[in-house]
Design a binder for this molecule. Structure first.
Ligand SMILES: Nc1nc2c(ncn2[C@@H]2O[C@H](COP(=O)(O)OP(=O)(O)OP(=O)(O)O)[C@@H](O)[C@H]2O)c(=O)[nH]1
Ligand SMILES: [Zn+2]
Length: 344
């Protein structure tokens, strides 16, 4: 059985501080897989299968928990928390990964490269408290890969962009700096951009990848579950397969960081609720007029903000509904008990 030291697993002061005197007999473990009724976790005592104390959705791959060896008794507050609005009709937030140091936003130097999508991933990453690294794959299939790198780097001073031929193991080693001892790198990106190819090289695993469809630069899914995997460089990799839809929610901090210049302008508008349309004294419009701001970028900011606000409000409303439904049920149960008490 593979055993890892706590520090190799990414343990830090942040988690140690959360341990109380009552917890000292418990074992810290890092979640490597989340299943409906079972968690797989890595600890100094090796791999553990744990019963979740909360619903499975409360846990994310990468979380730290305290365990008695059987159950995940307490989940520790994470350093970073990557989440989105859950796909489908359910109005809820979904945790994708926790305690990630760097999110590798994987896109290729071809038809997949899309500024609006990168900004969406970036907002999500910044809101999670992890650092963004744009990984541009397939430079070997493109005439001027560096132009894509420059376009990506212009999006934010907070990000680093790097071109990597995912099929060349020597080139992929340049990513080791982000997944060496105790470091956790998560990969996020559309289908077919090379995540599985990168993962196989970084971890030494050999899971099959599937060829890209020539016509749309997209690949077919090689579906596996999300997991925390050890890298050859001594750190950790979290792959996020099957993420077709990344809807923002609870991402306002990330949007503020990414569109810092627009948010600063907006704060200078005469009206605090300025829609930057036809209001007088609009600092955003003024910046557009003198060419200090790009209309397309403003449109993208407004779209992402609307989406984030809409989803965050819907999730908050759904939570409130669930809470008040819970209260109604409790009251009804209490009333019926009270009534029975009279009858008996
Ligand atoms: N030439 C070249 N091909 C690449 C590169 N990266 C990935 N590919 C190829 O692109 C195809 C798709 O790569 P995958 O690794 O399966 O992509 P993925 O992101 O894991 O896709 P899903 O599993 O669908 O999420 C495969 O045929 C890879 O060999 C690259 O840097 N250069
Ligand atoms: Zn305005």
């Amino acid at each position: 059985m593979t055993r890892h030291s706590l520090s190799d697993l990414g343990w830090s002061e942040h988690f140690a501080r959360q341990i109380t005197d009552d917890d000292t007999i418990l074992l810290p473990a890092r979640i490597s897989e989340v299943h409906r009724s079972q968690l797989v976790a890595l600890s100094e005592a090796g791999e553990l299968r744990l019963i979740p104390a909360e619903s499975a959705g409360a846990y994310a791959v990468g979380d730290w928990v305290l365990t008695d060896g059987t159950s995940a008794l307490r989940r520790l507050d994470p350093v970073s928390d990557l989440h989105r609005r859950a796909a489908g009709h359910a109005v809820s937030a979904q945790r994708m990964a926790a305690n990630v140091d760097t999110v590798g936003l994987v896109t290729s130097c071809n038809a997949d490269f899309n500024i609006a999508r990168l900004e969406r991933y970036l907002a999500l990453t910044l809101a999670s408290n992890a650092l963004p690294l744009v990984i541009l794959t397939k430079p070997d299939l493109c005439d001027d890969p560096d132009s894509y790198r420059r376009q990506a780097e212009r999006l934010s001073p907070l990000l680093t962009a790097i071109t990597v031929n995912a099929k060349d193991p020597e080139d992929v080693k340049r990513l080791n700096a982000w997944c060496s001892t105790a470091q956790t790198l998560a990969l996020l990106g559309s289908s077919g951009v090379g995540k599985t190819t990168l993962r196989n090289t970084l971890t030494g695993e050999t899971e099959a990848t599937q060829g890209v469809r020539e016509d749309d630069a997209k690949g077919r899914h090689t579906t596996t579950h999300r997991a925390l995997r050890p890298t050859l460089a001594g750190g950790w990799l979290i792959d996020t397969p099957g993420m077709r839809e990344l809807q923002l929610s609870g991402t306002s901090d990330g949007l503020e960081e990414l569109f810092d210049d627009i948010e600063t302008l907006a704060a200078q508008c005469k009206f605090s609720n300025c829609a930057h349309a036809s209001e007088p004294g609009c600092a955003v419009k003024a910046a557009l007029k003198v060419g200090a701001l790009d209309q397309a970028r403003l449109d993208r900011w407004q779209k992402l903000r609307r989406e984030d606000q809409h989803n965050s409000e819907s999730i908050a409303a759904a939570r409130a509904r669930q809470k008040s439904f819970g209260r109604v049920v409790k009251e009804a149960v209490a009333k019926s008990k009270h009534k029975r008490g009279y009858e008996e």
